[in-house]
Design a protein around this ligand. Sequence first.
Ligand code: HEM
Ligand code: HEM
Ligand code: SF4
Ligand code: SF4
Length: 437
Amino acid sequence: MAKHATPMLDQLQSGPWPSFVSDIKEEAERRHKNVGNVEFQIPVDVCDDLLGILELSYKDGTTHWKHGGIVGVFGYGGGVIGRYCDQPEKFPGVAHFHTMRVNQPNGKYYTTEFLGKLCDLWEMRGSGLTNFHGATGDIVLLGTTTPQLEEIFHELTHNMNTDLGGSGSNLRTPACCLGESRCEWACYDTQELCYQMTLEYQDELHRPAFPYKFKFKFDGCPNGCVASIARSDMSFIGTWRDDIRIDQEAVAAYIGGEIQPNGGAHSGKDWGAFDIEKEVINLCPTECMWMEDGKLMINNRECTRCMHCLNVMPRALRIGNDRGLSILVGAKAPILDGAQMGSLLVPFIKVEEPYDAIKELIEGIWEWWMEEGKNRERLGELIKRQGLAKAISAVGLTPVPQHVMEPRHNPYIFWKEEDVEGGWDRDIADYRKHHQR
Ligand code: HEM
Ligand code: HEM
Ligand code: SF4
Ligand code: SF4
Protein backbone atom coordinates (compact mmCIF):
# COMPACT_ATOMS: atom_id res chain seq x y z
CA MET A 1 0.00 0.00 0.00
CA ALA A 2 1.49 3.30 -1.08
CA LYS A 3 2.07 5.89 1.64
CA HIS A 4 0.07 8.67 -0.04
CA ALA A 5 -3.00 8.58 -2.26
CA THR A 6 -2.05 9.97 -5.69
CA PRO A 7 -5.25 10.00 -7.78
CA MET A 8 -4.04 12.60 -10.27
CA LEU A 9 -0.58 11.08 -10.80
CA ASP A 10 -2.20 7.66 -11.20
CA GLN A 11 -3.79 8.94 -14.39
CA LEU A 12 -0.31 9.34 -15.85
CA GLN A 13 0.26 5.61 -15.64
CA SER A 14 -1.95 4.98 -18.68
CA GLY A 15 -0.99 5.70 -22.29
CA PRO A 16 1.85 4.31 -24.40
CA TRP A 17 4.77 6.53 -23.31
CA PRO A 18 6.96 5.18 -20.49
CA SER A 19 5.37 6.54 -17.34
CA PHE A 20 7.62 8.29 -14.83
CA VAL A 21 4.90 7.67 -12.24
CA SER A 22 4.97 3.89 -12.75
CA ASP A 23 8.76 3.97 -12.56
CA ILE A 24 8.89 5.98 -9.32
CA LYS A 25 6.24 3.73 -7.79
CA GLU A 26 8.33 0.73 -8.72
CA GLU A 27 11.40 2.25 -7.06
CA ALA A 28 9.32 3.13 -3.96
CA GLU A 29 8.22 -0.50 -3.83
CA ARG A 30 11.79 -1.80 -4.26
CA ARG A 31 12.95 0.30 -1.34
CA HIS A 32 10.19 -1.06 0.88
CA LYS A 33 11.00 -4.67 -0.03
CA ASN A 34 14.76 -4.03 0.19
CA VAL A 35 15.64 -7.44 -1.20
CA GLY A 36 19.33 -6.53 -1.31
CA ASN A 37 19.41 -5.58 2.40
CA VAL A 38 20.75 -2.13 1.61
CA GLU A 39 21.61 0.10 4.58
CA PHE A 40 19.62 3.07 3.29
CA GLN A 41 21.24 6.33 4.35
CA ILE A 42 18.25 8.55 3.64
CA PRO A 43 14.56 7.87 4.42
CA VAL A 44 13.29 4.61 2.93
CA ASP A 45 10.07 6.32 1.87
CA VAL A 46 11.75 9.17 -0.03
CA CYS A 47 10.07 8.09 -3.27
CA ASP A 48 6.63 7.87 -1.64
CA ASP A 49 7.03 11.36 -0.23
CA LEU A 50 8.21 12.68 -3.58
CA LEU A 51 5.04 11.34 -5.22
CA GLY A 52 3.03 12.73 -2.29
CA ILE A 53 4.37 16.24 -2.63
CA LEU A 54 4.13 16.11 -6.41
CA GLU A 55 0.47 15.11 -6.09
CA LEU A 56 -0.02 18.11 -3.78
CA SER A 57 1.56 20.35 -6.44
CA TYR A 58 -0.78 18.90 -9.06
CA LYS A 59 -3.69 19.76 -6.79
CA ASP A 60 -2.49 23.27 -5.84
CA GLY A 61 -0.94 24.07 -9.19
CA THR A 62 2.16 25.39 -7.40
CA THR A 63 5.61 24.19 -6.42
CA HIS A 64 6.37 22.97 -2.91
CA TRP A 65 10.13 23.48 -2.88
CA LYS A 66 11.52 26.29 -0.76
CA HIS A 67 13.59 29.00 -2.37
CA GLY A 68 17.21 28.14 -3.21
CA GLY A 69 19.57 26.07 -1.11
CA ILE A 70 23.34 26.30 -0.70
CA VAL A 71 25.08 22.98 -0.13
CA GLY A 72 28.14 21.33 -1.63
CA VAL A 73 31.42 19.57 -1.00
CA PHE A 74 34.65 21.05 0.36
CA GLY A 75 37.03 22.35 -2.28
CA TYR A 76 34.32 23.04 -4.83
CA GLY A 77 31.98 25.98 -5.21
CA GLY A 78 29.35 24.11 -7.18
CA GLY A 79 28.08 20.75 -8.35
CA VAL A 80 25.17 20.27 -5.95
CA ILE A 81 21.77 21.97 -6.19
CA GLY A 82 20.34 22.18 -2.67
CA ARG A 83 16.60 21.81 -2.19
CA TYR A 84 14.18 21.64 0.77
CA CYS A 85 10.45 20.96 0.64
CA ASP A 86 8.07 23.48 2.17
CA GLN A 87 5.92 20.83 3.94
CA PRO A 88 8.61 18.90 5.87
CA GLU A 89 6.17 17.53 8.48
CA LYS A 90 3.87 16.05 5.87
CA PHE A 91 6.68 14.84 3.62
CA PRO A 92 9.73 14.22 5.85
CA GLY A 93 11.23 11.89 3.24
CA VAL A 94 11.96 14.88 1.01
CA ALA A 95 12.74 17.45 3.74
CA HIS A 96 16.21 17.47 2.09
CA PHE A 97 16.11 16.61 -1.59
CA HIS A 98 19.41 17.84 -3.05
CA THR A 99 20.46 17.12 -6.62
CA MET A 100 24.01 16.08 -7.45
CA ARG A 101 25.43 16.74 -10.90
CA VAL A 102 27.87 14.09 -12.00
CA ASN A 103 30.12 14.65 -15.01
CA GLN A 104 29.01 12.31 -17.80
CA PRO A 105 31.31 10.63 -20.35
CA ASN A 106 31.30 12.40 -23.72
CA GLY A 107 28.72 11.00 -26.11
CA LYS A 108 27.14 9.29 -23.08
CA TYR A 109 28.47 5.82 -23.81
CA TYR A 110 28.40 3.52 -20.79
CA THR A 111 29.19 0.03 -19.67
CA THR A 112 26.66 -1.72 -17.47
CA GLU A 113 29.51 -2.19 -15.00
CA PHE A 114 29.83 1.57 -14.50
CA LEU A 115 26.09 2.15 -14.34
CA GLY A 116 25.66 -0.76 -11.94
CA LYS A 117 28.24 0.72 -9.56
CA LEU A 118 26.63 4.14 -9.78
CA CYS A 119 23.20 2.66 -9.05
CA ASP A 120 24.52 0.74 -6.05
CA LEU A 121 26.01 3.94 -4.68
CA TRP A 122 22.88 5.98 -5.31
CA GLU A 123 20.50 3.33 -4.01
CA MET A 124 22.27 3.37 -0.65
CA ARG A 125 23.03 7.08 -0.29
CA GLY A 126 20.30 8.73 -2.34
CA SER A 127 16.71 8.41 -3.46
CA GLY A 128 17.32 5.89 -6.22
CA LEU A 129 15.91 8.46 -8.65
CA THR A 130 17.88 10.09 -11.43
CA ASN A 131 17.68 12.19 -14.55
CA PHE A 132 19.52 10.61 -17.47
CA HIS A 133 20.64 13.26 -18.35
CA GLY A 134 20.38 16.93 -17.40
CA ALA A 135 19.97 19.28 -20.38
CA THR A 136 23.57 20.47 -20.00
CA GLY A 137 24.74 16.85 -20.09
CA ASP A 138 25.33 15.80 -16.48
CA ILE A 139 24.17 12.59 -14.93
CA VAL A 140 21.68 13.95 -12.41
CA LEU A 141 21.26 12.17 -9.09
CA LEU A 142 17.92 13.41 -7.81
CA GLY A 143 17.46 13.67 -4.09
CA THR A 144 19.69 13.12 -1.08
CA THR A 145 20.43 14.70 2.30
CA THR A 146 23.23 17.10 3.21
CA PRO A 147 25.27 14.62 5.33
CA GLN A 148 25.45 12.22 2.37
CA LEU A 149 27.05 14.73 -0.01
CA GLU A 150 30.67 14.21 1.11
CA GLU A 151 30.08 10.45 1.37
CA ILE A 152 28.85 10.26 -2.20
CA PHE A 153 31.63 12.55 -3.43
CA HIS A 154 34.21 10.35 -1.70
CA GLU A 155 32.86 7.18 -3.28
CA LEU A 156 32.49 8.79 -6.72
CA THR A 157 36.09 9.97 -6.74
CA HIS A 158 37.78 7.13 -4.88
CA ASN A 159 35.88 4.13 -6.23
CA MET A 160 34.54 5.30 -9.55
CA ASN A 161 37.15 7.80 -10.72
CA THR A 162 34.31 10.19 -11.49
CA ASP A 163 33.92 13.87 -10.69
CA LEU A 164 31.02 16.23 -10.12
CA GLY A 165 29.69 18.46 -12.87
CA GLY A 166 29.38 22.23 -12.72
CA SER A 167 26.85 24.67 -11.33
CA GLY A 168 26.94 28.34 -10.42
CA SER A 169 28.82 31.21 -12.06
CA ASN A 170 31.41 29.02 -13.67
CA LEU A 171 32.19 26.81 -16.63
CA ARG A 172 29.37 24.29 -16.70
CA THR A 173 29.74 20.68 -17.75
CA PRO A 174 30.63 20.61 -21.47
CA ALA A 175 28.80 18.22 -23.79
CA CYS A 176 29.16 17.04 -27.38
CA CYS A 177 27.41 15.12 -30.12
CA LEU A 178 28.58 11.54 -30.45
CA GLY A 179 30.85 12.69 -33.31
CA GLU A 180 33.28 10.31 -34.99
CA SER A 181 32.20 7.45 -32.75
CA ARG A 182 29.31 6.70 -35.10
CA CYS A 183 28.62 9.50 -37.52
CA GLU A 184 30.15 9.85 -41.00
CA TRP A 185 29.65 13.64 -40.94
CA ALA A 186 31.80 14.41 -37.91
CA CYS A 187 34.40 16.99 -38.99
CA TYR A 188 36.49 16.52 -35.84
CA ASP A 189 36.59 14.26 -32.81
CA THR A 190 33.94 16.03 -30.73
CA GLN A 191 34.27 13.62 -27.83
CA GLU A 192 38.01 14.10 -27.58
CA LEU A 193 37.91 17.90 -27.82
CA CYS A 194 35.06 18.02 -25.29
CA TYR A 195 36.97 15.71 -22.95
CA GLN A 196 40.23 17.66 -23.29
CA MET A 197 38.58 21.03 -22.70
CA THR A 198 36.72 19.62 -19.69
CA LEU A 199 40.02 18.41 -18.20
CA GLU A 200 41.90 21.59 -19.10
CA TYR A 201 39.38 23.83 -17.36
CA GLN A 202 38.51 21.73 -14.30
CA ASP A 203 39.40 24.63 -12.02
CA GLU A 204 37.04 26.99 -13.86
CA LEU A 205 34.36 24.29 -13.69
CA HIS A 206 34.57 23.50 -9.98
CA ARG A 207 35.28 26.94 -8.51
CA PRO A 208 33.10 29.78 -9.77
CA ALA A 209 35.29 32.67 -10.94
CA PHE A 210 33.10 34.21 -13.65
CA PRO A 211 30.55 37.04 -13.76
CA TYR A 212 27.96 34.37 -14.61
CA LYS A 213 27.59 30.86 -16.02
CA PHE A 214 29.41 29.81 -19.19
CA LYS A 215 28.82 26.74 -21.35
CA PHE A 216 30.75 24.88 -24.04
CA LYS A 217 29.14 22.50 -26.50
CA PHE A 218 30.72 20.63 -29.39
CA ASP A 219 28.84 19.74 -32.58
CA GLY A 220 30.63 17.63 -35.18
CA CYS A 221 28.87 19.32 -38.09
CA PRO A 222 26.21 21.98 -38.78
CA ASN A 223 23.35 19.51 -38.13
CA GLY A 224 23.88 20.47 -34.50
CA CYS A 225 22.91 17.29 -32.67
CA VAL A 226 23.95 18.79 -29.31
CA ALA A 227 22.36 22.16 -30.24
CA SER A 228 25.50 24.09 -29.34
CA ILE A 229 24.40 27.13 -31.35
CA ALA A 230 21.41 27.61 -29.04
CA ARG A 231 22.61 26.23 -25.74
CA SER A 232 26.23 27.23 -25.21
CA ASP A 233 28.00 30.53 -24.70
CA MET A 234 30.83 29.17 -26.83
CA SER A 235 29.68 26.87 -29.57
CA PHE A 236 32.11 24.69 -31.55
CA ILE A 237 30.65 23.45 -34.84
CA GLY A 238 32.56 21.27 -37.27
CA THR A 239 32.88 22.04 -40.98
CA TRP A 240 35.22 21.61 -43.94
CA ARG A 241 36.66 24.09 -46.43
CA ASP A 242 37.50 22.00 -49.48
CA ASP A 243 35.18 20.16 -51.86
CA ILE A 244 32.27 17.86 -51.06
CA ARG A 245 33.34 14.39 -52.24
CA ILE A 246 30.91 12.99 -54.80
CA ASP A 247 30.53 9.31 -55.64
CA GLN A 248 28.78 9.59 -59.03
CA GLU A 249 27.89 5.88 -59.10
CA ALA A 250 26.04 6.24 -55.82
CA VAL A 251 24.35 9.40 -57.17
CA ALA A 252 23.09 7.30 -60.10
CA ALA A 253 21.88 4.64 -57.66
CA TYR A 254 19.85 7.27 -55.77
CA ILE A 255 18.40 8.55 -59.06
CA GLY A 256 17.66 4.96 -60.11
CA GLY A 257 15.73 4.35 -56.90
CA GLU A 258 18.20 1.77 -55.56
CA ILE A 259 18.96 3.75 -52.40
CA GLN A 260 16.34 5.47 -50.26
CA PRO A 261 16.90 9.21 -49.79
CA ASN A 262 17.77 10.55 -46.32
CA GLY A 263 18.73 7.09 -45.12
CA GLY A 264 15.05 6.14 -45.35
CA ALA A 265 14.04 8.82 -42.83
CA HIS A 266 10.76 9.58 -44.62
CA SER A 267 9.75 5.98 -45.39
CA GLY A 268 6.68 6.31 -43.13
CA LYS A 269 4.89 8.26 -45.83
CA ASP A 270 4.59 8.07 -49.62
CA TRP A 271 6.49 11.05 -50.99
CA GLY A 272 6.80 9.56 -54.49
CA ALA A 273 9.99 8.39 -56.18
CA PHE A 274 13.20 10.26 -55.32
CA ASP A 275 13.64 13.31 -57.55
CA ILE A 276 17.13 14.74 -57.27
CA GLU A 277 16.13 18.02 -58.94
CA LYS A 278 13.26 18.57 -56.57
CA GLU A 279 14.73 17.24 -53.36
CA VAL A 280 18.34 18.34 -53.65
CA ILE A 281 19.21 20.75 -56.44
CA ASN A 282 16.21 23.04 -56.05
CA LEU A 283 16.56 23.09 -52.27
CA CYS A 284 20.25 24.00 -52.13
CA PRO A 285 20.12 27.42 -50.43
CA THR A 286 22.83 28.90 -52.67
CA GLU A 287 21.72 27.22 -55.90
CA CYS A 288 25.25 25.96 -56.42
CA MET A 289 24.35 22.44 -57.62
CA TRP A 290 23.34 21.17 -61.02
CA MET A 291 23.20 17.98 -63.11
CA GLU A 292 25.40 17.66 -66.17
CA ASP A 293 25.32 14.52 -68.37
CA GLY A 294 23.81 12.53 -65.52
CA LYS A 295 26.51 13.71 -63.11
CA LEU A 296 25.98 15.85 -60.05
CA MET A 297 28.08 19.03 -60.04
CA ILE A 298 28.74 21.35 -57.09
CA ASN A 299 30.27 24.81 -57.21
CA ASN A 300 31.91 24.45 -53.82
CA ARG A 301 33.01 28.10 -53.63
CA GLU A 302 29.35 28.99 -53.26
CA CYS A 303 28.44 26.12 -50.92
CA THR A 304 27.64 27.25 -47.37
CA ARG A 305 28.02 23.71 -45.97
CA CYS A 306 24.37 23.62 -44.93
CA MET A 307 24.44 19.78 -44.94
CA HIS A 308 21.20 19.41 -46.92
CA CYS A 309 22.57 17.48 -49.89
CA LEU A 310 24.70 15.25 -47.66
CA ASN A 311 21.73 14.58 -45.42
CA VAL A 312 19.64 13.52 -48.43
CA MET A 313 22.33 11.36 -50.07
CA PRO A 314 24.57 10.08 -47.27
CA ARG A 315 25.94 7.30 -49.44
CA ALA A 316 26.85 9.54 -52.37
CA LEU A 317 28.11 12.78 -50.80
CA ARG A 318 30.76 13.16 -48.14
CA ILE A 319 32.29 15.98 -46.15
CA GLY A 320 35.57 17.36 -47.48
CA ASN A 321 38.99 16.31 -46.25
CA ASP A 322 40.18 19.73 -45.05
CA ARG A 323 38.29 19.81 -41.77
CA GLY A 324 38.00 22.06 -38.76
CA LEU A 325 35.39 23.93 -36.83
CA SER A 326 33.73 27.32 -36.46
CA ILE A 327 33.35 29.05 -33.11
CA LEU A 328 30.16 30.97 -32.36
CA VAL A 329 29.58 32.98 -29.21
CA GLY A 330 26.83 34.36 -27.04
CA ALA A 331 23.91 31.91 -27.08
CA LYS A 332 21.60 32.27 -24.09
CA ALA A 333 17.98 31.98 -22.93
CA PRO A 334 15.73 35.09 -22.76
CA ILE A 335 16.64 36.43 -19.30
CA LEU A 336 17.63 39.31 -19.06
CA ASP A 337 17.71 41.02 -22.43
CA GLY A 338 16.34 38.45 -24.86
CA ALA A 339 17.23 35.07 -26.27
CA GLN A 340 20.35 34.76 -28.41
CA MET A 341 21.89 32.08 -30.55
CA GLY A 342 25.62 31.95 -31.17
CA SER A 343 27.14 34.59 -33.49
CA LEU A 344 30.00 33.59 -35.75
CA LEU A 345 33.35 34.63 -34.25
CA VAL A 346 35.93 32.29 -35.79
CA PRO A 347 34.86 31.08 -39.25
CA PHE A 348 37.37 28.21 -39.43
CA ILE A 349 40.07 26.79 -37.27
CA LYS A 350 41.89 23.46 -37.53
CA VAL A 351 41.40 21.05 -34.65
CA GLU A 352 44.88 19.93 -33.72
CA GLU A 353 46.18 18.46 -30.47
CA PRO A 354 47.02 19.85 -27.95
CA TYR A 355 44.43 22.41 -29.07
CA ASP A 356 46.53 25.44 -28.14
CA ALA A 357 44.92 27.68 -30.77
CA ILE A 358 41.44 26.83 -29.52
CA LYS A 359 42.47 27.39 -25.90
CA GLU A 360 43.85 30.81 -26.82
CA LEU A 361 40.49 31.80 -28.27
CA ILE A 362 38.61 30.56 -25.22
CA GLU A 363 40.95 32.37 -22.87
CA GLY A 364 40.83 35.56 -24.95
CA ILE A 365 37.05 35.63 -24.54
CA TRP A 366 37.26 34.81 -20.83
CA GLU A 367 39.86 37.49 -20.14
CA TRP A 368 37.59 40.11 -21.69
CA TRP A 369 34.33 38.93 -20.13
CA MET A 370 35.78 38.24 -16.66
CA GLU A 371 37.07 41.82 -16.58
CA GLU A 372 34.22 43.67 -18.29
CA GLY A 373 31.18 41.49 -17.57
CA LYS A 374 28.68 42.95 -15.11
CA ASN A 375 27.37 40.83 -12.28
CA ARG A 376 25.21 38.08 -13.83
CA GLU A 377 25.74 39.24 -17.39
CA ARG A 378 26.06 36.45 -19.95
CA LEU A 379 28.70 36.71 -22.66
CA GLY A 380 25.95 37.32 -25.23
CA GLU A 381 24.77 40.34 -23.28
CA LEU A 382 28.30 41.72 -22.93
CA ILE A 383 28.62 41.40 -26.71
CA LYS A 384 25.41 43.42 -27.12
CA ARG A 385 26.54 46.01 -24.60
CA GLN A 386 30.13 46.46 -25.82
CA GLY A 387 29.78 45.26 -29.39
CA LEU A 388 30.79 42.33 -31.58
CA ALA A 389 33.88 44.26 -32.65
CA LYS A 390 35.14 44.03 -29.05
CA ALA A 391 34.63 40.26 -29.05
CA ILE A 392 36.49 39.97 -32.34
CA SER A 393 39.44 41.98 -31.06
CA ALA A 394 39.39 40.08 -27.72
CA VAL A 395 40.46 36.97 -29.64
CA GLY A 396 42.98 38.85 -31.77
CA LEU A 397 41.04 38.74 -35.03
CA THR A 398 40.02 41.50 -37.43
CA PRO A 399 36.47 41.84 -38.71
CA VAL A 400 35.57 40.02 -41.94
CA PRO A 401 32.27 40.06 -43.85
CA GLN A 402 31.47 36.56 -42.54
CA HIS A 403 31.06 38.10 -39.10
CA VAL A 404 27.69 39.58 -40.07
CA MET A 405 24.52 38.45 -41.73
CA GLU A 406 24.22 41.95 -43.18
CA PRO A 407 25.83 45.33 -42.66
CA ARG A 408 24.16 47.83 -40.38
CA HIS A 409 21.58 50.12 -41.89
CA ASN A 410 21.62 52.87 -39.30
CA PRO A 411 24.44 55.37 -39.66
CA TYR A 412 25.29 55.75 -35.96
CA ILE A 413 28.84 54.73 -36.64
CA PHE A 414 31.58 55.31 -34.09
CA TRP A 415 35.05 56.22 -35.21
CA LYS A 416 38.24 55.92 -33.25
CA GLU A 417 39.90 59.32 -32.90
CA GLU A 418 43.18 58.01 -34.31
CA ASP A 419 41.39 57.01 -37.50
CA VAL A 420 40.07 60.51 -38.17
CA GLU A 421 42.43 63.09 -39.61
CA GLY A 422 42.88 65.99 -37.21
CA GLY A 423 41.33 64.19 -34.24
CA TRP A 424 38.57 65.54 -31.99
CA ASP A 425 40.29 68.63 -30.53
CA ARG A 426 38.66 71.50 -32.35
CA ASP A 427 38.40 75.21 -31.48
CA ILE A 428 35.13 76.99 -32.26
CA ALA A 429 37.15 80.16 -32.93
CA ASP A 430 38.80 78.51 -35.94
CA TYR A 431 35.35 77.56 -37.23
CA ARG A 432 34.06 81.12 -36.73
CA LYS A 433 36.86 82.51 -38.92
CA HIS A 434 35.07 80.94 -41.87
CA HIS A 435 31.48 80.87 -40.65
CA GLN A 436 29.81 83.91 -39.14
CA ARG A 437 27.26 83.43 -36.43
C1 HEM B 1 16.23 72.77 -49.31
C2 HEM B 1 16.49 72.54 -48.02
C3 HEM B 1 17.25 71.37 -47.49
C4 HEM B 1 17.94 70.42 -48.11
C5 HEM B 1 18.18 70.24 -49.61
C6 HEM B 1 18.49 69.56 -47.10
C7 HEM B 1 19.26 68.45 -47.36
C8 HEM B 1 19.79 67.66 -46.39
C9 HEM B 1 20.56 66.50 -46.64
C10 HEM B 1 20.96 65.97 -48.02
C11 HEM B 1 20.90 65.99 -45.48
C12 HEM B 1 21.75 64.74 -45.26
C13 HEM B 1 20.84 63.58 -45.05
C14 HEM B 1 21.62 62.34 -44.78
O1 HEM B 1 22.62 62.05 -45.46
O2 HEM B 1 21.22 61.56 -43.88
C15 HEM B 1 20.34 66.80 -44.46
C16 HEM B 1 20.49 66.56 -43.14
C17 HEM B 1 19.95 67.38 -42.18
N1 HEM B 1 19.17 68.47 -42.40
FE1 HEM B 1 18.63 69.24 -44.10
N2 HEM B 1 18.13 70.04 -45.90
C18 HEM B 1 17.37 71.13 -46.09
C19 HEM B 1 16.78 71.92 -45.15
C20 HEM B 1 16.93 71.73 -43.79
C21 HEM B 1 16.34 72.59 -42.76
C22 HEM B 1 15.50 73.81 -43.07
C23 HEM B 1 16.70 72.06 -41.57
C24 HEM B 1 16.42 72.54 -40.17
C25 HEM B 1 15.54 73.48 -39.88
C26 HEM B 1 17.51 70.88 -41.84
C27 HEM B 1 18.06 70.08 -40.87
C28 HEM B 1 18.83 68.99 -41.15
C29 HEM B 1 19.45 68.18 -40.13
C30 HEM B 1 19.36 68.38 -38.61
C31 HEM B 1 20.13 67.17 -40.78
C32 HEM B 1 20.95 66.08 -40.14
C33 HEM B 1 20.18 64.83 -40.08
C34 HEM B 1 21.03 63.69 -39.70
O3 HEM B 1 22.13 63.89 -39.18
O4 HEM B 1 20.62 62.53 -39.92
N3 HEM B 1 17.64 70.70 -43.21
N4 HEM B 1 19.67 67.82 -45.03
C1 HEM C 1 13.07 70.70 -26.44
C2 HEM C 1 13.24 70.47 -27.74
C3 HEM C 1 13.96 69.29 -28.31
C4 HEM C 1 14.40 68.17 -27.71
C5 HEM C 1 14.31 67.77 -26.24
C6 HEM C 1 15.02 67.36 -28.73
C7 HEM C 1 15.58 66.10 -28.49
C8 HEM C 1 16.17 65.35 -29.44
C9 HEM C 1 16.79 64.11 -29.20
C10 HEM C 1 16.87 63.42 -27.86
C11 HEM C 1 17.27 63.67 -30.35
C12 HEM C 1 18.00 62.35 -30.60
C13 HEM C 1 19.46 62.51 -30.46
C14 HEM C 1 20.18 61.19 -30.69
O1 HEM C 1 19.67 60.29 -31.38
O2 HEM C 1 21.29 61.04 -30.18
C15 HEM C 1 16.97 64.62 -31.35
C16 HEM C 1 17.32 64.53 -32.66
C17 HEM C 1 16.97 65.47 -33.59
N1 HEM C 1 16.32 66.63 -33.40
FE1 HEM C 1 15.60 67.30 -31.67
N2 HEM C 1 14.92 67.98 -29.92
C18 HEM C 1 14.28 69.18 -29.71
C19 HEM C 1 13.98 70.13 -30.66
C20 HEM C 1 14.28 70.03 -31.99
C21 HEM C 1 13.98 71.03 -33.00
C22 HEM C 1 13.26 72.34 -32.69
C23 HEM C 1 14.44 70.54 -34.18
C24 HEM C 1 14.38 71.16 -35.57
C25 HEM C 1 13.98 72.37 -35.86
C26 HEM C 1 15.03 69.27 -33.92
C27 HEM C 1 15.58 68.47 -34.88
C28 HEM C 1 16.18 67.28 -34.61
C29 HEM C 1 16.77 66.50 -35.64
C30 HEM C 1 16.87 66.80 -37.12
C31 HEM C 1 17.29 65.35 -34.99
C32 HEM C 1 18.01 64.23 -35.63
C33 HEM C 1 19.47 64.41 -35.49
C34 HEM C 1 20.19 63.14 -35.87
O3 HEM C 1 19.66 62.36 -36.67
O4 HEM C 1 21.28 62.94 -35.38
N3 HEM C 1 14.92 69.00 -32.59
N4 HEM C 1 16.29 65.65 -30.76
S1 SF4 D 1 26.24 17.07 -35.13
FE1 SF4 D 1 26.87 16.28 -37.12
S2 SF4 D 1 28.66 15.04 -36.61
FE2 SF4 D 1 27.56 15.30 -34.70
S3 SF4 D 1 26.24 13.50 -34.58
FE3 SF4 D 1 25.05 15.19 -35.49
S4 SF4 D 1 25.25 14.84 -37.70
FE4 SF4 D 1 26.89 13.68 -36.71
S1 SF4 E 1 25.86 21.55 -48.47
FE1 SF4 E 1 24.07 22.87 -48.77
S2 SF4 E 1 24.91 24.71 -49.77
FE2 SF4 E 1 26.43 23.08 -49.99
S3 SF4 E 1 25.97 22.16 -51.99
FE3 SF4 E 1 24.91 20.92 -50.41
S4 SF4 E 1 22.86 21.83 -50.35
FE4 SF4 E 1 24.16 23.33 -51.39
